[in-house]
Design a protein around this ligand. Structure first.
Ligand SMILES: Nc1ncnc2c1ncn2[C@@H]1O[C@H](COP(=O)(O)OP(=O)(O)OP(=O)(O)O)[C@@H](O)[C@H]1O
Ligand SMILES: [Mg+2]
Length: 278
């Protein structure tokens, strides 16, 4: 008998997504589904289109062809920035760069969007913010400023800040790849707990063991297409495609992590747009 996941309507559904930057095709027909409560990982070589897929889900990028649905919202049809801001209230996005507001304390970073965007009272917003800080084990730093925190601590605050908007799903784009090895674990623990609690998550990651452990479904992308997808066991233990096998051989065989690509000017441009919208 099919499980509930397979018969229920997916929360996120991408169909035949095509996107080019100028003359360069970057997404060449992406189909991807995320069901409520699932943890879905997207893995694949650098430049294969993983971040572009996440940006399409939040309406930061418009595909030339295909459809993107999040809940009842047909994202590809949204014409106004105000509509996309509405969407981003429901979709949390945590990036490699923590992008906390540097001039605000940790607590204020969590309180500002629920107050300004959702109209919550200060008392309610602070109460929830403190609970979320406790959840990511950062309550002792509520009054600190982002610059006084380690990378891993900032990233945990960034996750708590995304949660403060009570999103329907959260997208994580390589949130550990700029971190020192010793702080990676503490961030992954927070994400693991979220997935265990049933938060719907889409995760782009180079942490293959982590993806294998926590994902319900894994998509392997290469060169703008989904080469294959399936359960974590299927993809990691019995990959069907030779390309997936080769990628995993390299990725799992090399214990070193990829250096951070923090100077992606495109991402920074969009980051500020996104920050303004929350
Ligand atoms: N604004 C842009 N203009 C032109 N090309 C872009 C732009 N943004 C991304 N690209 C290109 O699109 C392709 C896919 O980029 P994307 O960032 O989605 O890759 P990725 O799979 O996330 O890679 P990585 O693992 O390095 O983060 C790359 O070749 C990239 O250079
Ligand atoms: Mg990327």
């Amino acid at each position: 008998m099919p499980s509930i996941e397979t018969v229920a309507e997916p929360l996120v559904s991408l169909r035949d997504l095509h996107l080019s930057f100028g003359a360069s095709p970057v997404l060449k027909g992406i189909d991807l589904d995320v069901h409520r409560g699932q943890a879905v990982s997207i893995i694949g070589p650098s430049g294969s289109g993983k971040s572009t897929i996440l940006r399409c889900i939040t309406g930061l990028l418009q595909p030339q062809r295909g459809s993107i649905r999040v809940g009842a919202t047909e994202v590809h049809t949204l014409a106004k920035e105000a509509q996309r801001i509405e969407l981003r209230k429901r979709v949390g996005f945590v990036f490699q760069q923590y992008n906390l507001f540097p001039h605000l304390s940790v607590l204020e970073n969590l309180v500002i969007a629920p107050r300004k965007v959702l109209g919550r009272s200060r008392i309610d917003a602070e109460k929830e913010a403190r609970a979320l800080l406790a959840k990511v084990r950062m309550e002792h730093k509520a009054d600190a400023y982002p610059g006084q925190l380690s990378g891993g601590q900032q990233q945990r605050v960034a996750i708590a800040r995304a949660l403060a908007m009570r999103p329907e799903l959260i997208l994580f784009d390589e949130v550990t790849s700029a971190l020192d090895p010793e702080t990676v674990g503490e961030v992954l623990t927070v994400i693991r707990e979220l997935t265990e609690e049933g938060m719907t998550c889409v995760l782009v990651t180079h942490e293959m063991r982590f993806a294998e452990e926590i994902s319900d479904i894994v998509y392997f992308t290469e060169n703008g297409v989904i080469v294959e997808h399936g359960s974590a066991t299927q993809i990691f233990q019995h990959p069907g495609s030779e390309r997936t096998q080769e990628f995993l051989r390299h990725a799992l065989g090399d214990p070193g992590r990829r250096p951070a690509t923090a100077n992606d000017p495109y991402l920074l441009t969009n980051l500020s747009r996104y920050s303004l919208s929350v």
